[in-house]
Write a protein that binds this ligand. Structure first.
Ligand SMILES: Cc1cc2nc3c(=O)[nH]c(=O)nc-3n(C[C@H](O)[C@H](O)[C@H](O)COP(=O)(O)OP(=O)(O)OC[C@H]3O[C@@H](n4cnc5c(N)ncnc54)[C@H](O)[C@@H]3O)c2cc1C
Length: 381
């Protein structure tokens, strides 16, 4: 079966969907509301399941070329700099760190330029027998299928899932930045009620993030970088140096929200993908990874099943249980990682302390096996 699709949103999820559709011989138009396609200046890691999804999408080599092996989750320290566990020299990491813009660019390069329309904010959707119509600006576009990858505050979800609750805040807030620095080792520093992540992302850039507890969302500071400094005062090197090497105006501060489970990701010929369907806490580094998996499963279902409605049912059956489980796990992890409870902190740092560093990567991979061991359906080569 081949057909035409409208993809709403040109983030990692929307572009991955377009790449998947292209791979199975569909045509697509990507509608993106911002005037330019791009990602924010921050970083992310990708795990083996995401790399397998990129493989099926045909862009794994390009992604590996811009990714940097990330050992940070095996390099845990206390705020004073003591190692709780340490990545062994020469060890292999299953994770790659990316500057978001680099991974976004890899996907963008795999989508024909004429498929993408920017400055195109979708405001309405109409479904009729056999087709769906999308309105943006003063224009309308029809297709066989709409893939809504319009993010955590999805307009499409609001229009077609009016009963779905708004994204929920559970007490986590995060600052992010990218510093110019060389020779910095990836790592994670665990404090009580907060953690600091350091991830080299190539070409002399290091991504950092400070996650912390917040009693309520929406609290902002005149000088966000100064607030990060205040919260990490006396923390070990290279944290102060990284903050010094970060332009203050480029510091991002977001409150984290996630989505309550939807009863279906499909309404007629409209399907939700990525954060629009299952926004989650970043603590398992799976938000974008799951959107890549979504894109592969959707393309495979459309390629293998002779009818759109049956293909979307298959996508829904395969994606909802997995993604909603991960949303729950990521929330629990996120809440634990910013808990200031002394017992919680002790337990969080105890396991890596008592397990020899050489065994920690294997144990961590085993604990995450249900997420990382995902096998993608095959897409036509
Ligand atoms: C702090 C933090 C760290 C993270 N770290 C990781 C990580 O390490 N690994 C990982 O896999 N994930 C990570 N994530 C999650 C990841 O960022 C998201 O899951 C992913 O970017 C979602 O992609 P998306 O395409 O679904 O949505 P988005 O990236 O939000 O893209 C949605 C797009 O739709 C556009 N849009 C919105 N409304 C409309 C409209 N009406 N019409 C047209 N266009 C519209 C928007 O402009 C945007 O471009 C992290 C998230 C956070 C907050």
């Amino acid at each position: 079966m081949s057909g035409s699709a409208i993809v709403i949103g040109g983030g990692i999820g929307g572009l991955a969907a377009a790449v998947g559709l292209r791979r199975i011989g569909w045509k697509a138009t990507v509608l993106e509301r911002t005037s330019e396609l791009g990602e924010i200046g921050a970083g992310m890691s990708q795990s083996p399941n995401a790399l397998r999804a990129l493989e099926e999408l045909g862009v794994a080599d390009q992604a590996r070329a811009v990714g940097v092996p990330f050992h940070g989750v095996f390099n845990l320290r206390t705020p004073s700099g003591d190692h709780i566990t340490r990545a062994l020299p020469g060890g292999v990491s299953p994770l790659l760190g990316f500057h978001r813009a680099d991974l976004h660019r890899v996907l963008m390069d795999a989508v024909p330029a004429e498929w993408v329309r920017t400055g195109a904010e979708v405001t309405a959707i109409r479904q009729a027998e056999g087709e769906v119509t999308v309105a943006y600006g003063s224009e309308e576009l029809r297709a066989d299928l709409v893939v809504a990858a319009d993010g955590v505050r999805s307009t499409v979800r609001r229009l077609l899932w009016p009963d779905a609750p708004d994204p929920r805040f559970w007490g986590n807030t995060i600052w992010r930045g990218v510093a110019k620095a060389d020779g910095v080792e990836g790592g994670m520093t665990l404090g009580r009620g907060r953690y600091f992540l350091v991830m080299p992302v190539g070409r002399g850039r290091v991504y950092w993030g400070l996650g912390a507890h917040a009693d309520r969302p929406g609290v902002r500071y005149d000088d966000e970088l100064a607030e990060v400094r205040r919260r990490t005062r006396d923390w070990h090197d290279p944290i102060p140096a990284l903050l010094d090497a970060t332009p203050p105006e480029a510091v991002l501060h977001h409150d984290i929200t996630d989505l309550a489970p939807l009863a279906s990701y499909v309404r007629g010929r409209v399907v939700l993908l990525g954060d629009a369907a299952h926004a989650m806490h970043p603590d398992m580094a799976q938000g974008a990874a799951q959107s890549l998996e979504d894109a592969v499963v959707l393309a495979a279902a459309l390629a293998e099943v002779g009818d759109i409605s049956a293909a979307l049912s298959r996508y829904d059956e395969q994606r909802r249980p997995r993604t909603q489980t991960i949303v729950r796990q990521a929330r629990a992890k996120g809440r634990g990682s910013t808990s200031s409870n002394a017992v919680n902190y002790h337990l969080r740092t105890l396991a890596p302390r008592v397990v020899p560093s050489s065994r920690w990567p294997g144990l961590a991979a085993r604990a995450l096996a249900s997420v990382w061991d995902w096998t993608p359906p095959r897409l036509p080569r």
